[in-house]
Design a protein around this ligand. Sequence first.
Ligand SMILES: Nc1ncnc2c1ncn2[C@@H]1O[C@H](COP(=O)(O)OP(=O)(O)OP(=O)(O)O)[C@@H](O)[C@H]1O
Ligand SMILES: [Mg+2]
Length: 263
Amino acid sequence: MSAPPQAPDPQPALIELQDASRSVRLPDDSLLTILAGVNLTVQSGEHIGIVGRSGTGKSTLLNLLGLLDRPSDGAMLWAGTPVQRLSGRAAARIRGRDIGFVFQQFNLLPGRTALENVAAPLLYATGREFRRRKDIAAAMLDRLGLGHRLDELPTNLSGGEQQRVAIARALVRGPRVVLADEPTGALDVETGRMVMGMLDEATRESGSALITITHDPAIAMMAGRRFRLAGGRLHPGEAGHPGGSLHPAACGNAGVANAEEGA
Ligand SMILES: Nc1ncnc2c1ncn2[C@@H]1O[C@H](COP(=O)(O)OP(=O)(O)OP(=O)(O)O)[C@@H](O)[C@H]1O
Ligand SMILES: [Mg+2]
């Protein structure tokens, strides 16, 4: 007799990596394992910081979390759905609507104004969101202190201002998670911390989860939970800043790393 069907988890985690690995086949036919046996549970609204030296697989991990790539082994679930079951089109839809990306080099469209850059993701929206895209983009830029620079081209903006435009663009569709790959890497220390503070606050206000990958332990300390990536594995770090943005939703997380949090 077959087992009765299990009731679906009423509130699955936003993202779950279960023993996930990522390896690539090199030209000499050897296998390079970049990530091995990674377990990570990301709850809605929580902030996670990941530190690691260059080449430890940080961007590879972020590509998995952002549905740009899939694990070679193990599983990844997005809101309870195994990513293997998502078509390319479904993954693209989730990326456009639910995931915001912030990169080290800002990646703004060079010939477009700040307003046009931030409104760009809303070109894929529908209804009111599409019609009111310029107002929505302007309000988001205003929230990041750039309400007076709407019509500037990126070349006329400082690095810190460009990154704030990129953050506004990442947040403009109200994503469920923002993935930031070295968001302060191209900024001086003081500007980096200011911009990171804005990213932290804006995601907290919007209830988006935030996963920040950084070389800077001080930046990672702003997160509620921290990890260190080394040897292809994700190691739990000490808990983040006491005033950090650990959301109540994240507190009951039974993720592997949580078990060791606060060490
Ligand atoms: N498609 C690929 N083919 C071969 N090697 C790869 C591939 N993708 C990544 N790697 C290698 O895997 C390792 C991890 O790469 P990744 O870009 O994830 O590192 P990273 O931690 O983001 O580094 P950085 O801090 O310099 O950005 C590197 O040694 C890289 O050269
Ligand atoms: Mg990288």
